[in-house]
Write a protein that binds this ligand. Structure first.
Ligand SMILES: [Zn+2]
Length: 258
């Protein structure tokens, strides 16, 4: 299956944002304040996890100019914390997107959790060994557990491969997330998945981040040093985003799991 890996830049090292940029974390660009997602359980304004433009073939949300927004409840005391019900997806048309960054509303304690921000600066194209005929196997726990290891976990060696768009879900961490309450099945398809630890492109000027609270660290892979940032708290896990393109407009659901 073909899939695409985003390249990330740390927003803190970029010029101030002056236009729509596909990104993880941070504040959304031009998002109407009145549309901000609130947790159904605890009532806290949710934190933004992603704002991603329609950019086929990597991100195909059906309509040119539309923008996908993912939110989740970051309140650790929320009874729905970590449940799909505390994750929300909002697709807006380009006409609904305004200008300027939209600040997350404060919760009742006057606080907010804003995730660290990385911009998507490009994409790499890859193909794994999974065939189109094997796609349904990734949505059926019984069949999935009988897949050969290198098919079930095509790129399991490195966290960097847990963030990708398209193809089949690379189930991660503590096992398969095929709980029907969590995982939409076909006609839903994987749109995007992202580990809370994302890898940055190239060298990072660490000294310029001295005054920030950004959770940046170096990863040494056989002498090749790369820089990572834990952009959000997903229980050291991965967010899985699914889309049903047979619906009009397309339906998006997402959840995260350790
Ligand atoms: Zn909540």
């Amino acid at each position: 299956m073909r899939f695409y890996r985003p390249k990330f830049q740390l927003a803190a090292l970029q010029p101030p944002q002056d236009r729509l940029v596909s990104k993880l974390g941070g504040s959304p660009w031009g998002f109407p304040q009145s549309r901000w997602s609130t947790c159904n359980d605890c009532g806290h304004p949710m934190s933004m996890v992603a704002q991603v433009e329609h950019a086929p073939p990597m991100i195909d949300i059906g309509v040119s100019g539309s923008v996908l927004h993912l939110f989740y409840c970051a309140n650790l005391l929320c009874m729905s914390y970590g449940n799909p019900s505390s994750c929300n997806a909002v697709i807006l048309t380009c006409q609904e997107i305004g200008t300027g960054l939209t600040e997350q509303p404060l919760n009742e304690d006057g606080e907010r959790v804003v995730n660290d921000e990385v911009w998507i600066s490009g994409w790499d194209t890859h193909d794994d060994i999974v065939t189109a005929e094997q796609i349904p196997s990734f949505y059926d726990e019984q069949i999935y557990t009988r897949l050969p290891e290198d098919t079930a976990h095509p790129c399991d060696v490195d966290l960097a491969w847990h963030t990708k768009a398209g193809g089949v879900p690379y189930w991660t961490g503590h096992g398969v997330t095929l709980d029907r309450a969590y995982t939409p099945c076909p006609p839903f398809e994987l749109l995007l998945q992202f580990h809370e630890t994302v890898y940055l492109e190239g060298e990072v000027a660490i000294e310029e981040l001295a005054d920030t609270s950004i959770n940046l660290y170096q990863h040494d892979n056989f002498g090749q040093v790369s820089y990572c940032v834990n952009f959000a708290n997903l229980g050291t896990g991965t967010g899985f985003v699914f889309i049903d393109r047979t619906a009009n407009p397309p339906l998006v659901r997402w959840h995260w799991s350790p």
